[in-house]
Design a protein. Structure first.
Length: 385
């Protein structure tokens, strides 16, 4: 088999890259470890930055997102018994977020690729990368796929990054002393916008996926078994952490899914080696507090698409050579913002009264200073491309 770009991973990064390349007349093949049903059902991120929304619309895959997505023009910070709204429409006019689940983005991209006779091979458990500094090729299931370049879009645990020899890349990481218990429930949201709550009991987030389905997160210990959280305990704890302001009542309903996700930050530098280019979680992980993971993957793919288009059109590898440096500027900005949101809103076992006062002081600053609130809003909706 032969293609121009071999793509490992059928998540948002790999699928969007394949779609954008197709629009520019560049062939690709996507190889995916999991089956199609798993890819389309796996519940992950749900907040799309303005730039992500714009790119999906411009590339022709935003019709269902426009119809079913939930545009939000602010978020609420809740602490100390009070609620404080960060108004995007005032602080960053013309920019907002859209709540639309990652699995929905994946469905839209798969449908678009298949409608265009794009090649996606699911259920491929044994992908291997070869000769990425010479004549790149991928092997899988007894097949060989020759290509000009390989895009590693297969996530943190994929095969792409480990295919780079030791000593070529450096990694930077931080583990946090807590995890998130994520809950998907068939219940209408109890709020019109996302609520980030800091309480002495721990952090909580009220998000949503549709007018009928809500998404919640609770700060829990890093090694917490999900079995420790029966439905009744989840609703009781969500109520204790979210019903902290007068007049707010949390609605409960059937819980569809629950899981525990460790919190970590990770960056691999550089994001390229030879003709292998890493994108998305294969190169970087952020704690989900800042809602940046999916959006960073989209930003990577946007840069890689432009570089490949330029290379095929002119023969110049200048943009490809600069791919990693171009992406990492945005990656580290998102790393800092995600770390900042995480440390601002979570409780830490080692915190003393001094540390708690510092967190409260900064929250007071963010919610009373237009300059500080603008910094949060600008980063949350996504820095302009």
């Amino acid at each position: 088999m032969r293609t121009q770009v071999g793509i490992v991973g059928a998540g948002p990064a790999g699928l969007l890259l394949s779609h954008l390349l197709h629009l520019r007349g560049i062939d690709s093949v996507v190889l995916e470890l999991r089956d199609r049903d798993h890819c389309e059902r796996r519940v992950r991120a749900g907040v799309l930055e303005q730039g992500t929304v714009d790119l999906l619309n411009e590339s022709g895959v935003g019709e269902r997102m426009r119809r079913e997505g939930l545009p939000h023009h602010g978020i609420e910070l809740r602490y100390g018994g009070s609620a404080h709204r960060i108004p995007f429409e005032k602080l960053v006019p013309g920019r907002a977020i859209t709540v639309y689940g990652q699995q929905e983005v994946v469905k839209d991209l798969i449908a678009a690729r298949l409608a265009a006779s794009g090649k996606i091979v699911f259920d491929v458990p044994d992908v291997a990368l070869h000769d990425v500094t010479g004549s790149p090729r991928l092997t899988f299931g007894g097949e060989t796929l020759e290509c000009d370049v390989i895009a590693g879009c297969d996530g943190f645990h994929g095969v792409s990054r480990p295919s780079i020899p030791d000593g070529v890349i450096s990694t930077f990481e931080r583990d946090y002393p807590f995890a998130w218990l994520g809950v998907l429930a068939r219940v209408p949201p109890s709020t019109e916008e996302l609520v980030y709550a800091r309480t002495p009991r721990g952090f909580a987030l009220h998000s949503m996926r549709s007018p009928e389905v809500s998404r919640f997160y609770l700060q829990v210990p890093p090694d917490e078994p999900v079995g420790n959280w029966p439905d009744e305990r989840i609703w009781a704890e969500l109520g204790a952490r979210l019903e902290s302001v007068p007049g707010f009542a949390l609605q409960s309903g059937p819980i569809l899914e629950k899981s525990v996700t460790p919190m970590r930050s990770f960056v691999a530098e550089p994001m390229q080696y030879g003709r292998l280019y890493l994108a998305g979680d294969a190169a970087h992980i952020v704690p989900p507090t800042g809602a940046k993971g999916l959006n960073l993957a989209v930003a990577d793919v946007r840069v890689l698409t432009a570089a490949l288009e330029h290379w095929y059109a002119t023969g110049s590898a200048d943009l490809l050579d600069a791919y990693s440096a171009s992406c990492l500027k945005r990656v580290w900005r998102a790393q800092h913002f995600s770390w900042w949101m995480t440390t601002l809103l979570h409780t830490f076992d080692h915190d003393d009264a001094y540390g708690e006062r510092l967190q409260t002081s900064y929250l007071d600053y963010v919610t009373s200073s237009e300059a500080a609130a603008t910094t949060l809003a600008e980063n949350y909706v996504g820095m302009p491309w």
